[in-house]
Every structure is written in C-alpha cells, then in structure tokens.
Write a protein that binds this ligand. Sequence first.
Ligand code: HEC
Length: 138
Amino acid sequence: MTLVLLPPAVAAQADGAALYAQHCAACHQADGGGTVGLAPAIKGEHWTRLGADRGYLPMVLVHGLSGAIKLGSATFVGSMPAFGGQLDDAALAALATHVRRLQGAADAPYAADEVRAERARPGSPPQTRQRRAQILAG
Ligand code: HEC
C-alpha cells in the first residue's frame, strides 16, 4: 500500500464523489440505491426526517451503525463500519455532503467542524441506531 500524505490545503478539498466511489459504493451502490440483503438505500422518503437532523449523517460515518433496521418490507441486520478511524474530518464532511446530494437535498455542504464535533462525542454503532429510532419516531 502506498501512503500519500497530502498537505492540509489539498486535503480540505476532499472529493466526496471520489471518496464515495472508493469507500461506499460497493455496498450502497453508486446512486445510493442500496444492495438487497447487504446494505440499505441511503436515500428515499425516510431521509426527509433523517436528513433534517443534521448530526445524524456525521454520527453514522464517525461511529458506525449496527442492529436491525427496517426499510419498508426489508430488514437489514448487517452493520455499517465506522469510518472515523480511517478518514479525516474533511473527508467525512465531503462524504456526508455527497450523500445529501444523492438524496437530492440542496442544503449547505457539511463542514469539517461538524464532523469534528461529532468525533468529540462518545458514540457507538448501537447508539447510532438508538438515535435513528428516536429521529424516526419524533
Ligand atoms: C460493508 C458494507 C458497507 C460499506 C462499505 C458502507 N456501508 Fe453504510 N451501511 C451498511 C449497512 C449494512 C448499513 C445498515 C446497518 C444496520 O442495519 O444497522 C449501513 C447504513 C448506512 C447509513 C444509515 C442508513 C439509515 O437508514 O439510517 C448511511 C448514511 C450509510 N450507511 C452511509 C455509508 C457511507 C457514506 C459509506 C462510505 C463511507 C458507507 N455507508 C459504507 C453497509 C456498508
């Protein structure tokens, strides 16, 4: 493996689409439509609520998500790997922004600071699932 260290100015311009293709599309597909039996769609009607809670996406990316979730008639029992350990704040912000664009949302891009704030909070995959349930119930 070649390790390429980028200066901060370059890293700050993290390319969300490229990062998504590299780290996410294998499970969630290029358009975010998901893979039956493997990974849920990360767009659709339920994202009206999930996306309105701006902290939810960074929480999934930093801390992961596990435990059964239901989407319509499908249940997913896999787990979403936490990316907090392998990608920096700028990269995760770019990814969250890209996911919002796949969802058709035109809200403000995520800033690295928002990811940094999430990283500072304790969290775990089951806690993310708890938050998801709260958002959807609220
Ligand atoms: C190994 C397969 C895999 C990879 C790679 C992966 N995911 Fe996931 N992702 C999942 C699974 C499985 C779930 C559902 C977890 C569950 O059922 O608790 C999920 C859940 C999610 C959710 C929450 C969905 C919801 O309805 O709450 C988001 C957002 C998400 N992933 C985005 C991403 C992004 C962005 C990447 C790339 C950085 C990524 N995922 C990479 C498998 C994957």
